[in-house]
Design a protein around this ligand. Structure first.
Ligand code: IMP
Length: 177
């Protein structure tokens, strides 16, 4: 599996440093609030697990699933495959995402959650690819901004594979051409 990676973009150590930094900022920002983390499956999984351990607050964790990607391309047409089954009215929601690319997924999820009258809805994303945007979108907390390259590992997949890599890397072109 490691042979399929051209270059490591974020090492395990760098990822843990990012989780520590984001966790302490989120702890400060939400200390008087009732925080609900909503992870966007499946990519959020390792990030949500590591980040939540660095947030020193009593919080709740739920999951949603939205899809638009096939292989390396986003269709731009976002579908909600799994929804939360709790009332978020008057709660402070923090969506946990692996990467923001076109911005379509989070725009769709946020517009759905806004209708449910949460007190606030914010986004933490481990990675951000601003050059990929098709709709204007800015995450509230970003671990690292990266160029428009296709990355895998630490939850991120190519055709469902590589999610179990402990770091984030750029996939060799030979794997998808
Ligand atoms: P967006 O709707 O284009 O912002 O896409 C967000 C979703 O696309 C992420 O949650 C990922 O599942 C997927 N995605 C975007 N870029 C990559 C990438 O470089 N590698 C793997 N998945 C990606």
């Amino acid at each position: 599996m490691h042979n399929d990676i051209e270059k490591v973009l974020l090492s395990e150590k760098e990822i843990q440093e990012i989780c520590c930094n984001l966790g302490s900022r989120i702890t400060d920002d939400y200390k008087d609030k009732s925080l609900i983390l909503i992870g966007l499956l499946k990519g959020c999984n390792p990030f949500l697990s590591d980040l939540s351990k660095r947030i020193n607050l009593p919080l709740e964790i739920y999951y949603m699933k939205a899809s638009s990607y096939k292989g390396r391309e986003s269709s731009g047409n976002v579908k909600i495959d799994l929804d939360i089954d709790i009332d978020i009215k008057d709660k402070d929601v923090l969506l946990v995402e692996d990467i923001v690319d076109t911005g379509s997924t989070l725009t769709k999820v946020i517009s759905l959650l806004k209708m449910r009258k949460a007190s606030s809805i914010k986004v933490v994303s481990l990675l951000d690819k601003p050059e990929g945007r098709l709709v204007p979108f800015e995450a509230d907390y970003v671990g690292k901004t990266i160029p428009k390259v296709f990355v895998v590992g630490y939850g991120l997949d190519f055709n469902e594979r590589y999610r179990n890599l402990p770091y984030i890397g750029i996939l060799k072109k030979a794997i998808y051409i």
